[in-house]
Design a protein around this ligand. Structure first.
Ligand SMILES: [Fe+2]
Ligand SMILES: [Fe+2]
Length: 314
């Protein structure tokens, strides 16, 4: 199949591993899904310390379930990326550990306090839900299929984040102030979650032509703002003055893009931000810590079934 035919046929769940797809499509889809998978893993590692720090047993259980879900999403997505035939799951995990793998801007920042947990679980996961819901109609069928399960579980994550936010914002004055402070710190990053405007986004045009992306960054961001500004206000959060948010006549919202720090965003996109190194080193240490498990499994597989290392890894 050539790229023109791909563009002609591009529709929801149109292509699967049985199709003979051009390299250009495979590369674009691999890049997009690998980024998504990496982000799931890095988000899980950012939240993991809060399983221990959660203030009650119920919250610990919910945090633990969420972290497990996110790791599961990462694994599902690596499989969906792997099915494009360009990279194995192991290669992608190695790239993430050695700093080549790219991941979502929000997960390059450290998270230090419990009051920050709803910034991820409510706002970032809420933003992720917006994007992922549209990806149920992406043209790479294994990716769309993974989104069915991912979206179902993200619904629980957002409810979990919302419950924590509600508890904090109806708690002590100190809790309310700390939550507001965390919100002010995270708000610009959350808005940048969707990436730059369509005209500045390098990959948008091709990805939408071949049906990988179903909606542009701007539309998604505006839909998120329209849904989440009222929710933030409902829980008593004040929307910061910067970046400026315009309220349109029809009650919808739009951000003034130049108020956002795009230099920082693009530094992060290259994994060059201060926090990036800390997160990536953490990931590398985690991967090395379980090297011995992989080795034992490989040896066992080879001994019992005569399989190769690669089969064992699969
Ligand atoms: Fe997830
Ligand atoms: Fe999530």
């Amino acid at each position: 199949m050539d790229i023109e035919e791909v563009k002609r046929r591009a529709g929801p769940r149109e292509f699967s591993p049985k199709d003979d797809l051009p390299e250009e499509y495979r590369k674009a889809a691999t890049r997009m899904i690998q980024f998504h998978a990496n982000s799931e893993i890095m988000g899980a590692y950012l939240e993991r310390p809060f399983i221990r720090e959660a203030p009650s047993l119920d919250r610990k259980l919910a945090c633990s379930a969420k972290v497990q879900d996110e790791i599961g999403h990462g694994q599902l997505l690596y499989r969906a990326a792997e099915s494009l035939g360009l990279k194995t799951r192991d290669e992608m995990l190695d790239e993430l550990a050695n700093g080549e793998g790219k991941f979502l801007n929000c997960f390059h920042y450290p998270m230090d306090d419990w009051v920050e947990t709803p910034m991820i679980a409510f706002f970032v996961d809420g933003a992720a839900m917006r994007r992922q819901a549209t990806l149920k109609r992406t043209s790479w069928e294994p990716y769309a299929h993974a989104m069915d399960k991912v979206c179902f579980e993200e619904g629980f994550h957002v409810k979990h984040g919302e419950a924590i936010l509600h508890e904090l914002m109806t708690g002590s004055k100190k809790e309310q102030e700390m939550t507001q402070e965390a919100f002010e710190e995270w708000w610009p990053r959350i808005i940048q979650f969707f990436g730059p405007t369509n005209d500045k986004s390098t990959h948008h045009g091709f990805a939408s032509e071949v049906g990988l992306k179903q909606m542009g960054n701007d539309e998604l961001r505006n839909a998120f703002l329209n849904a989440y500004i009222p929710k933030a206000k409902k829980y008593g959060l004040e929307i910061p003055d910067e970046p400026r948010i315009r309220e349109n006549d029809d009650g919808t919202y739009e951000v003034v893009e130049e108020d956002l720090d795009w230099d920082e965003f693009f530094t992060i996109a290259k994994n060059d931000y201060d926090g990036s190194h800390q997160q990536i080193n953490g990931r590398q240490a985690a991967q090395e810590a379980v090297d011995w498990v992989r080795e034992v499994l490989d040896e066992h597989e080879a001994r019992e079934f005569g399989g190769t290392q690669q089969q064992a890894a699969d």
